[in-house]
Design a protein around this ligand. Structure first.
Ligand SMILES: [Zn+2]
Length: 174
């Protein structure tokens, strides 16, 4: 089968794949791990096979490479000068697929966090991950919101001693 890519495209392609599969996602995972968060990777049962799945928070995290996922307005996203149509079509397909995946997740009661490669530089990673953490906690609260308890006056509660003797005698009589 002939390779549809020119050597230049192939090179670009491989370098992007490499950087996508290793660095950015790993940075996010390491940060989460070091801060005591548990996660799973590429869970097939979750729509869109998110990079990182955090069931406890019912949250899917996508770590997106700026080029492949077409991060608009980003320095790292520069359209190659040759074969512009090829790349434009490819990247817009990726964008559409991403949107479709996010939508499916939301419809299934999942929350979605997208982290971009450019937000994970040494200068920005801490700030970025603190925001991710904030979102996780917000998601957690939205799932496990405690039901408000009616306020009870302390006097309504039986004294521990009274309750103890009551149940002790009550049970023995039967
Ligand atoms: Zn970016």
């Amino acid at each position: 089968m002939p390779d549809p890519l020119t050597p230049e495209q192939r090179h670009l392609c491989m370098s992007h794949i490499r950087s996508r599969n290793t660095k950015p996602e790993l940075k996010v995972r390491q940060w989460l791990w070091h801060h005591g968060y548990h996660y799973r990777l590429n869970v097939k049962s979750v729509p869109g096979k998110p990079d990182i799945v955090m069931r406890r928070f019912r949250t899917a995290i996508f770590v997106n490479g700026c080029f492949w996922h077409g991060h608009s307005g980003c320095d790292k996203f520069r359209m190659p000068k040759s074969n512009v149509n090829f790349w434009q079509a490819k990247i817009s397909r990726n964008r559409e697929r991403d949107q479709h995946n996010y939508q499916t997740l939301l419809e299934n009661g999942w929350q979605v966090i997208v982290v971009w490669e450019c937000q994970l530089t040494t200068a920005l990673i801490e700030q970025t991950m603190r925001l991710v953490e904030l979102r996780l906690n917000q998601n957690f609260l939205s799932i496990y919101k405690p039901k408000p308890k009616p306020y009870a006056m302390p006097i309504d509660e039986p004294l521990p001693m009274a309750a103890e003797s009551q149940s002790a005698y009550g049970k023995q009589d039967k």
